[in-house]
Each structure stands twice: as C-alpha cells, then as structure tokens.
Design a protein around this ligand. Structure first.
Ligand SMILES: [Zn+2]
Length: 450
C-alpha cells in the first residue's frame, strides 16, 4: 500500500515535471539526458557575457545547458577540458571556397580551397564565401560546395553576375545587376548573407552603388574590398557617405587605400565611418595585412569589429595561415583573449544576421571549439614578410559541429587503446562522434545543415 502510494506520488511528480518541460509524462527523459558533457573548461561566450569556468552539456546537436557544475552521470560521454578554453565555433566571414570547377587563375576555381580541409582543424565551424560566386554561378557553388561540406558554408553574392572569375569579368560594369543579385539572395535567405564588391580598378562608384542597391532590396549587408585606390572614389567618401550602417569594410589593415595617413595617423574617416555604424573587418589575405598599419591603428584604438582570414590558396601558406594564426596576431598586439573571441564568434554572427550562431545559449546549434593557449616564442608574419614576435599561440584541441566531434587534435575524447578489447573496432558513438562512430542500425551520423 505504502509502495503504491509512493509510486503514485512519483508518477504525479513526473507529470508535473513533464508538464513543465513540455513533454508527455509517459516519455520521461532517460537518465542520460545529455549526449556530451565538456567538463571544467573556461567558457568564453561573449554574447552571454560569460568568461569563467563552466560545464557545457549538449543534447541532440544543441547546447542543452551551461552551468558551474553539471552532473556527469547525466551524460553519455564526458570530456575533461580543464585548463582549456571552450568557445562557440569560430565564424570566419571572409574566405574563398568555390573550389573544384577547374577554372585556372579564378576564385571560382583554382584560387579557392575546399572548406573542410581548412576549417575544423583551426576551430572554424562557419565560413562565409566572400563573393566567389555571383547570381549566375551561385547554384553551381551551392551544389558543388555548400550542400556537400561538413563546414557550415554561407555566402556573400558578388555584385558581378559571374563572380570572382578574374579581370575580364570583375571589371565588367554591364554584369553588375542589383536586381538579379537581390533576387538570388532572396531565394536563399540565411544562406546568402551579404553582397560583395571587390577588385574593381575603374574610377566609377557603380560597383559599390549597385552592391548597396542589391543589399537594400534584399535587406543584407554589403562587404567591400575597395580594389584599386582611385582619387575619384576616396575611402573617406566610401565609409562616411556610400556605405550604410552594418555594411562591412574588409582589408582594414592593408594600408593600400589611405587607411593610414602620411603622418602615420589612422585616417579620421575610419572613426567617422565607425560612428555611423560601418563595420571594419580584418580580411588578412595574401596582401591585406601589414604590421606598420595594424600596430599603430591598434594603439590609436582602431580595433577591428571582426577578425577574418581571406583564406585562399595564396594566403594560407603565406603570412595568414589560418584563423587561429590571425587571432594570435591580435593577442600579440595586446588584445585580451575575450576580445579576440568576441571578434571571431558573436560579432561576425551579428554582422551577417545569423544571431542563431556564435554563442552557447541553450538551444543554439552546438558548434563548439576547445582551445589551448600555448606559451612560448612565436613569430607572426605580415604580407611583406615582416615579423612580429609573440608569446601566445592558440591551438584547436577539439571542434564540434552540431554537437559532434569533427576534429580532435590529441584524442581527448578517445579511450587509450590498451584499455580496449583485443579486437576493438570503432570507439565512438554517433550521438557525439562524426569521425569514428560505431555503425548503428539507424544509419549514419553527422551531415551538414547550413
Ligand atoms: Zn577575399
């Protein structure tokens, strides 16, 4: 009788809990409600103003909880990440990844790289292709790269219909159609997150004006690579008049377009543009980052809103290397780690209107990076081969995409081999592992969903 009473009480309690959680009482949560628990790391989540030791629990590919202590018994898999940093997966809003077309000398071809080869190993889970494709070749880019990458690949559409296929296309004003560009962007909301203008060498404002027109129709930001420096269209007019609040000036520290005055001072137009709400982005690239521009600008307080790589076949083996190396450069210039992370996660997410990304709020996609800060003597090289010495270097220990391990540098999620059965096979579980999950009757794990 007593037992029955207790059972009834327990059932009533479950009903209440179930009602609160919004699930039927019959489907009580299993004892292990989390698929993965990252335990004891220093969480840096700029949007939620967290920079402290926290546990992070993940379920069904989403962040389930972030708290000072989460019971490890509630998780199928627990990973000790103490002495490491845990942050949202990095968002690199300036890359070139339209690889595989076979076109020589073209960013819609051989100058691009395949995203998955360069992202997870440096903690990047989301990239934005910055204008390799225009409205004419976006469908090809989508089916060739976006739809089949594990990396979350988004795009800024080039105002040039043919995209970044080289001079004869990129200088052709007749192929810069605001309406066609906006129409394509509106067909892929959330996937096309901006309009790009780049590499223009003429005196006309038309590429910028039409990009802004397309951005206005589609309600998207414009990113500007301001091309050849021309007196007919000065930087000051671009950032104080032509661009709207939320538009993005990339290649901030190139020094190629009067970002720095003869005196060495930061062009005051940049401060004025920032006051108007124009965004300033690094876009390091092969030819867009100089210590003699960046160091004085940082000292004068002109810090970037977002840190991005301008990843392509030329930059990756030169001074740029990868996202973490570009972030290291800002650490080396004295920017605190929390500020570096803000500019590599939440700020870029906001800039591209994807505020579902770049943070670790419960319910957000569990794109996560676990970072180690290595101490030592490191050298960082700019576009002309000048070096700046630093004492810190970031390394990606673990990268998760939608809650699953896609990169694990030192096997911190893995068992020691000699603790396993003599005939061991795949050690992972598809609940949390996208690299070596044991085969499941229900099929494969992982998969991309931009
Ligand atoms: Zn670029």
């Amino acid at each position: 009788m007593r037992m029955r009473l207790n059972a009834t009480r327990a059932a009533a309690a479950c009903l209440v809990v179930g009602a609160i959680a919004g699930v039927p009482a019959q489907q009580q949560p299993p004892p292990q409600q989390y698929d993965l628990l990252l335990k004891g790391g220093h969480v840096i989540d700029a949007r939620n103003r967290i920079s402290a030791v926290r546990d992070v629990a993940i379920a069904d590919g989403k962040i389930a909880a972030v708290a000072a202590r989460i019971d490890p018994a509630l998780a199928s898999k627990v990973v000790d990440v103490s002495n490491l940093y845990v942050a949202p997966g990095l968002i690199d809003i300036h890359v070139h990844v339209f690889a595989g077309t076979g076109e020589r000398g073209s960013y819609a071809g051989d100058n691009s790289v395949y995203p998955d080869g360069f992202t997870f190993r440096s903690g990047v889970t989301t990239v934005v292709d910055a204008g390799c494709a225009g409205w004419r070749n976006f469908d090809d880019f989508k089916q060739r790269i976006i739809d089949r990458s594990k990396t979350r690949v988004l795009a800024m559409l080039n105002i040039v219909g043919n995209g970044m296929r080289g001079g004869k296309f990129e200088q052709d004003l007749s192929d810069m159609d605001a309406r066609a560009t906006a129409d394509m962007a509106l067909r892929h909301k959330g996937l096309i997150v901006g309009v790009k203008t780049a590499h223009f060498s003429g005196p006309e404002w038309a590429p910028v004006e039409r990009a802004v027109e397309a951005g206005t129709i589609a309600n998207l930001p414009v990113m500007v690579d301001f091309g050849t420096n021309r007196p007919e269209r000065p930087l000051s007019e671009l950032v104080t008049k032509k661009l709207r609040p939320g538009d993005i000036y990339t290649h901030l520290y190139s020094g190629l377009r009067n970002e720095q005055l003869e005196s060495g001072a930061v062009n005051p137009a940049l401060f004025e543009g920032r006051k108007r709400g124009v965004i300033f982005d690094v876009g390091h690239g092969g030819g867009s980052f100089l210590w003699r521009i960046a160091v004085p600008a940082m000292k004068a307080g002109f810090v970037p809103d977002s840190i991005s790589t301008d990843l392509h076949i030329g930059s990756m083996n030169a001074g740029m290397k990868d996202m973490l190396n570009v972030m290291d450069k800002f650490l080396a210039m004295g920017m605190p780690l929390d500020d570096v992370m803000l500019r590599s996660t939440w700020n870029p997410a906001k800039e591209i209107g994807r505020d579902d990304l770049g943070h670790l709020s419960p319910g957000a996609p569990a794109d996560v990076v676990v970072l180690r800060v290595e101490k030592g003597r490191f050298g960082f090289v700019d576009m002309y081969g000048a070096r700046l010495q630093g004492t810190q270097k970031l390394a990606a220990e673990l990268t998760l995409r939608d809650g699953k391990v896609v990169y694990d540098l030192n096997g911190i999620t893995r068992p020691d081999w000699n603790t396993l059965p003599r005939d061991y096979r795949q050690t992972g579980d598809a609940k949390w592992d996208a690299i070596t999950p044991a085969p499941r009757p229900s099929g494969r794990g992982g998969g991309a969903n931009p």
